[in-house]
Design a protein around this ligand. Structure first.
Ligand code: SAM
Length: 286
């Protein structure tokens, strides 16, 4: 779909439809012709696949996905883009556009209604203002998808793909590793977008796990604990957990010791397995 990476063509079609970029909706469209084919291929678009895309823009990635996959369902919040897409994607009969906010969309239902008999994956260049909430929604809803391939800001990619127990990790890294095996696929420079954002980007893929890497007694409590551990990164783990969860410090210290963690450890020093042990021990006390 070279045309949709041609800046002159994209400007002309936008002008004709009276469309202007919305910063609020994170509208930075890809104009580097090498990026979308790579996302589509590495994201698993192919025969027998149904692909969910989030945020179409003028359809540059949508078209690459539709060329390879059996069917594409794309969710786009900005209704001003609908007449543009009617024109840019008119060559395809395997694309369905849903004009909706992805955060308010029942994605399980979308998959059930559209992808019967197909394997499913998510591919998207995400709007940066809402990256983490979208990724958390995709993971926590346990959608029947094989993988989630998304372009995000470079710093967000590092945090999302960081292994628990390493300096870069945060609460979101635990969530990502609980549900998937993440990897950074490739970097994309800011000049690959129109308009150009202030930061570079990365494409990451999360391959969904069949089973979480740890078994915990109470998943809800486990994630409360993880969020609590990282709310004040500078505090020691025992102080954060005791104040956020309202559990006496000596009980927290006992649980840390059972997981072989020093009482002065910081949250980023804790592995997934250790967090699971702390969660199960503390759960027993409340
Ligand atoms: N896929 C296109 C590309 O790569 O050029 C556009 C990507 S642009 C970074 C993000 C797109 O997501 C925009 O089209 C924007 O309107 C859309 N968007 C923003 N918030 C959304 C939401 N909550 N639900 C669905 N789409 C959204």
């Amino acid at each position: 779909m070279e045309k949709l990476t041609n800046i002159g063509y994209v400007r002309e079609i936008m002008e004709r439809h009276g469309f202007s970029f919305s910063k609020r909706l994170g509208q930075n469209f890809i104009v580097n012709p090498s990026v979308c084919p790579r996302i589509a291929e590495m994201g698993g678009a192919g025969k027998g696949m149904g692909i969910i895309e989030i945020g179409t823009g003028v359809g540059v990635l949508t078209a690459e996905l539709a060329e390879r996959a059996e069917k594409v369902v794309a969710i786009e919040i900005d209704e001003r883009l609908l007449p543009v897409l009617d024109e840019t994607l008119s060559d395809f009969d395997n694309i369905k556009i849903i004009n909706a906010d992805v955060m308010k969309t029942d994605l399980k239902q979308v998959i059930e209604d559209n992808f019967r008999g197909l394997e499913t994956a998510v591919c998207a260049n995400l709007p940066y203002y809402i990256t983490s909430p979208i990724i958390m929604k995709l993971l926590e809803e346990r959608l029947p998808v094989k993988s989630i391939t998304v372009m995000v800001q470079k710093e967000a990619a590092q945090r999302l793909c960081a292994a628990p127990g390493t300096r870069e990790c945060g609460a979101v890294s635990f969530a990502v590793r609980y549900y998937s095996e993440p990897r950074v696929l490739f970097g994309v420079s800011r000049g690959s977008f129109m308009p150009s954002p202030d930061v570079d980007s990365c494409v990451i893929r999360m391959d969904i796990l069949k089973e979480p890497p740890v078994k915990v007694k109470d998943e809800g409590f486990f994630f409360r604990l993880v969020r609590g551990a990282f709310t004040q990164r500078r505090k020691t783990l025992s102080n954060s957990l005791s104040s956020v969860l309202g559990i006496p410090k000596d009980r927290v210290r006992e649980a840390l010791s059972e997981a072989d963690i020093s009482p002065t450890a910081r949250p980023e020093a804790v592995t997934m397995e250790q967090m699971a042990i702390i969660s199960d021990r503390l759960k027993d006390t409340i």
